[in-house]
Design a protein around this ligand. Structure first.
Ligand SMILES: Nc1ncnc2c1ncn2[C@@H]1O[C@H](COP(=O)(O)OP(=O)(O)O)[C@@H](O)[C@H]1O
Ligand code: SF4
Ligand SMILES: [Mg+2]
Length: 345
């Protein structure tokens, strides 16, 4: 989207991705016209309230959003290895299975649902390796043990023989990360990987993902609803609302001068010691995210937006405009002085 990012080849280049779902309540577009890139060694955070379409975006990239009720369109280009880009949406299921785990891996919010309860965790990591590489079980088991050590599991030799239910939540998430990274993928998708963990374990898991990213040079798509986590993890941020990306910016610019009223609202609703000390408490955004089957006309945020202009904001959907070579915003009024790059702290 931006000049800076266009000059470098991205590992992941998502263009005009749509996820249409036919549900009992009717048709909905869980992801509408999503366009973004993630580069080697870079973390793009995808942020927004629950129901924004973040997980659907991730599942579409992994081609795990597969059912007769779900229709994907657009392009998901993956540039990994020497060749050109591959459109993941055009791959047959067998080729996609090879991409999953080897080139692109995903870590989910709740590791217990992704781990096999009857297989020892060391074996699960080894299985991920033998399924993608021409390597025997003994060598895979040795690498699995190395992975457990790499993700900081104490007494890895004994723990490799544990079952998932014998480990703490934090340790299970570290095992999931070990499985995800066992084949050194080019892209890691982490979908709220620390939401179920307590604060200290969360900090350890975030630090682990950062250090492994540096070590392996991976691109990371980090999904969260928590702006505190965004501040710690992201290089760039894409803010999603009701299925659409509404703002994209480098992390510092987004926190210092958000352009979109929704981003401004998210920042105002974030607990922040400095704001409280200045006597400016938390101000939640009024209302809640609409159901995607009954989206408001025009800008879907207009019923909650303090800047909404009747006759304009409830007309057509605003386009994603470039603010500068690094930023973009989807709002009819972003150029107006009262709205442009507002400081919210
Ligand atoms: N299987 C499904 N059937 C119908 N609607 C779905 C299904 N999965 C997701 N959705 C819709 O997609 C929206 C986005 O979901 P999701 O991507 O999980 O949001 P997020 O991860 O941002 O919380 C949900 O609000 C819901 O309306
Ligand atoms: S388009 Fe209008 S309603 Fe939507 S965010 Fe901008 S000012 Fe608010
Ligand atoms: Mg989700």
């Amino acid at each position: 989207m931006t000049e800076r990012t266009a000059k470098r080849d991205a590992v992941l280049d998502v263009r005009g991705l749509n996820v249409h779902i036919t549900s009992d309540d009717g048709e909905l577009c869980a992801v509408a016209d999503a366009t973004f890139r993630v580069h080697d060694g870079e973390t793009l955070a995808l942020v927004g309230e629950s129901g924004a379409g973040k997980s659907m975006t991730a599942l579409a990239i992994m081609r795990l959003a597969q059912s007769a009720h779900i229709r994907l369109s657009g392009e998901i280009l993956l540039r990994a290895g020497g060749g050109g880009a591959v459109n993941l949406l055009a791959l047959d299921p067998l080729a996609m299975r090879d991409v999953r785990g080897r080139l692109v891996s995903m870590v989910f919010q709740e590791p217990m649902t992704s781990l096999n309860p009857v297989l020892r965790v060391g074996e699960q990591i080894a299985e991920a390796i033998v399924s993608h590489e021409a390597i025997g079980w003994p060598a895979a088991r040795t690498r699995a043990l190395d992975m457990l050590r790499l993700v900081g599991i104490a007494d890895a030799e004994a723990r490799q023989r544990a079952f998932a239910h014998e480990l703490s939540g934090g340790m299970r998430q570290c095992v999931m990360i070990a499985i995800a990274l066992a084949c050194r993928p080019r892209l890691l998708i982490a979908d709220e990987p620390t939401t179920a963990l307590d604060v200290t374990v969360q900090a350890q898991v975030l630090a682990l993902i950062r250090s492994l990213q540096r070590e392996l040079g991976m691109a990371v798509l980090f999904i969260t609803h928590d702006l505190g986590v965004v501040a710690q993890m992201a290089d760039r941020v894409a803010v999603m609302y009701a299925g659409r990306i509404v703002e994209e910016a480098p992390v510092r610019a987004l926190f210092e001068s958000p352009c979109h009223p929704y981003t401004q609202g998210l920042l105002r609703s974030m607990p922040n010691a400095a704001r409280v000390m200045r006597g400016r408490g938390i101000a939640p955004i009024r209302g809640s995210m609409p159901s995607l089957t009954r989206l408001p006309r025009g800008c879907a945020f207009h019923p909650r937006c303090e800047r909404a202009e009747p006759g304009r904001c409830d007309g057509d959907v605003p386009a994603l405009d470039s603010v500068d070579d690094q930023r973009a915003v989807r709002c009819w009024r972003w150029r107006e002085p009262a709205l442009a790059a507002t400081e919210v702290a």
